[in-house]
Design a protein around this ligand. Structure first.
Ligand code: UDP
Length: 327
């Protein structure tokens, strides 16, 4: 029996990861989630969850959880809990860095003192725009001379990555870092500002799809279930101290093409409108340049492959949102 802690386990990615972990019969999972941005209704999620008898949870912040007197012994920790989302981040400007750093140190201290293995969730944002959009783990990470909520998030995640990798490199724990790229799929809510659920909710409401700028910016979208599989393999097979891109470069698209695909998939009568995002979200909103991952390290070292294409992602997400599901 393996005892596993998932922080942020009732979030969008976390809830899919928990399902995948409980799909392995030997796993016992504990979720810590403060529900601040959870897209699920916990009771209906638990009702449909296979292996729910092996799940326990604490509705708590990471900070409060680790100040309890008795914390169980976990063999593995997946640390996902974090403020995120290009629009949601704006409300936390100035506090983003503090929360990322404080939570990560609670996790690191626990893992060191209990010899727990760690997968720490970072972000593809650490690359800035990569090299003309292509982001490789051995490429440069550049801090641009500007200021934004997005940069505070990226720098906080990068700092915590480096501390975690150093702790792993000096042999105190086994830790790997995941850098996810544009994860999307069922249960992702439009509230954080993420493009696919925003476009789908606009298409279903028959209102214009808000394409930022001229829509030529490139992203590669990854199905959340591909991510869940990848990070479980990373816990099992990843090299301690290494960072892995997890994403799907085969799903590269411009944002305008994505908008057109959403309109077609949902058979919507919505028009596409081109807007300046700072008129919607203010001056601290920042667009990221083209960005997509090279995932050869994960493919080679973890024997992982993303397998869900863009059509399937849009279809799954649209079906979920059309059904008005909240589990
Ligand atoms: N985007 C857009 N309209 C929206 C929301 C987002 O055109 O209503 C664009 C955004 O500018 C970016 C892409 O969609 O180029 C992906 O945005 P998201 O916020 O999902 O993630 P990002 O990659 O920017 O972190």
């Amino acid at each position: 029996m393996k005892n596993i802690l998932v922080t942020g386990g009732f979030g969008f990615i976390g809830s899919h990861l928990v399902e995948a972990l409980l799909g392995i019969p030997d796993n016992q999972v504990h979720v810590v989630d403060d529900m601040s941005t959870s897209p699920i209704n916990v009771q209906s999620y638990l009702r449909q969850l296979q292996g729910v008898e092996r799940l326990t949870y604490s509705l708590s912040t990471v900070h409060d959880y680790f100040r309890r007197t008795k914390i169980p012994v976990f063999d593995e920790v997946y640390h996902l809990a974090s403020v995120l989302g290009p629009v949601r981040l704006l409300n936390h400007s100035g506090e983003i860095l503090r929360s990322i750093v404080e939570d990560t140190y609670d996790i690191l201290d626990y893992c060191v003192s209990h010899k727990a293995r760690l997968v720490d969730f970072s972000t593809g944002e650490v690359y800035g725009g990569g090299n003309k959009g292509v982001c490789r783990e051995d490429g440069a990470m550049i801090v641009p001379p500007k200021n934004s909520a997005r940069l505070e998030y990226a720098v906080g995640k990068l700092g915590c990555e480096i501390a975690t990798r150093n702790v792993a490199t000096i042999g105190k724990i086994h830790a790997t870092i995941v850098r996810p790229f544009n994860v999307t799929g069922p249960r992702q809510a439009p509230a954080g500002g993420f493009v696919l659920p925003r476009f789908i909710s606009q298409a279903l409401a028959g209102t214009p799809l808000t394409v930022y700028g001229n829509g030529s910016q490139v992203r590669a979208f990854t199905h959340v279930q591909d991510i869940a599989r990848g990070v479980i393999l990373m816990m099992e097979r990843g090299t301690s101290g290494a960072a892995y891109n997890i994403g799907n470069p085969a799903n590269k698209t411009t944002v305008l093409e994505l908008a057109q695909l959403v309109v077609k998939t949902t058979a919507s009568a919505s028009e596409i409108s081109f807007v300046d995002p700072t008129t919607l979200w203010g001056a601290l909103f920042e667009e990221c340049p083209d960005r997509y991952p090279d995932v050869n390290r994960a493919i080679t070292e973890l024997d992982w492959q993303p397998c869900r294409g863009l059509d399937e992602i849009v279809h799954d997400s649209a079906r979920y949102m059309r059904d008005g599901r909240c589990d």
